[in-house]
Design a protein around this ligand. Sequence first.
Ligand SMILES: NC(=O)c1ccc[n+]([C@@H]2O[C@H](COP(=O)([O-])OP(=O)(O)OC[C@H]3O[C@@H](n4cnc5c(N)ncnc54)[C@H](OP(=O)(O)O)[C@@H]3O)[C@@H](O)[C@H]2O)c1
Length: 252
Amino acid sequence: MRLDVISASDRLTGGNAVATTLGLIGAGRIGSTLAKLAVAADLEVVLSNSRGPDTLADLVSELGPKAKAATVDEAAAADLIAIAVPLGSYGQLPAAALAGKTVIDANNYYPDRDGRIPDLDSGAVTSSELVQRQLPGALVVKAFNNIDSMRLGKLARPAGAPDRSALPIAGDDPEAKARVAALLDVLGYDAVDVGTLADSWRSQPDTPVYVRPYFPHAFEAAAEGNYERFLNFPGVAVPADQVKELLGAATR
Ligand SMILES: NC(=O)c1ccc[n+]([C@@H]2O[C@H](COP(=O)([O-])OP(=O)(O)OC[C@H]3O[C@@H](n4cnc5c(N)ncnc54)[C@H](OP(=O)(O)O)[C@@H]3O)[C@@H](O)[C@H]2O)c1
């Protein structure tokens, strides 16, 4: 096979003919942005939410024939699954359906939204360790949590582009991390390995790599309720070396 005709699916499956499908549990801001990037990369997507497939008809029609809506268990049957739900609902994630799967955890802990979770408040575990605890048979990899959904959509660039950004990934299984890095690559990002899920505190909210490098005025815009700024700011490219530096500068 010539290198220049390897499709996104081939790159994710090591060159075999199996079509690669991204399952999404959660189809809000982050889930729908990931779905758009995946469709643009010629992947199939299966979207799910808490209210059922019928409520996703508009989004699926906007995404086109590569997308379909399904139940959470059907989305969990995809080759790779990304979870993008409010963390407070982690206890409802389908452990049996996700056993053996590589599962991307894009979630963050916001107590005002998610309710108090003592093990996170005490720092006993990271939020991704909590998700891994809920999904004991899955290979959880944290990714896509440290960039706001609009910049995630706007900053994607092809491999080798001079203004390509990088995102941190963390996980306990090296092969699962490699699969997620391959997904980032086809979606438009380089990956920087943070380490294990225990190390993933380095990309949680309030760390140097969290949101601001890609959108310096994100929190001011949110506080002002300045939706125009959210919508229009193109984002700042953050290359891999800078992501490494920012991860190294995190303290707790
Ligand atoms: N927004 C961002 O810029 C951003 C950036 C990075 C990370 N994150 C993190 O990503 C996660 C999702 O954020 P978001 O902003 O995308 O949220 P959102 O726009 O509110 O969307 C949440 C999605 O999760 C679904 N959902 C909720 N509970 C569910 C359950 N038990 N099973 C299946 N689906 C369920 C919702 O479906 P229904 O509508 O049917 O309930 C909805 O589709 C959060 O943990 C957030 O902290 C967000």
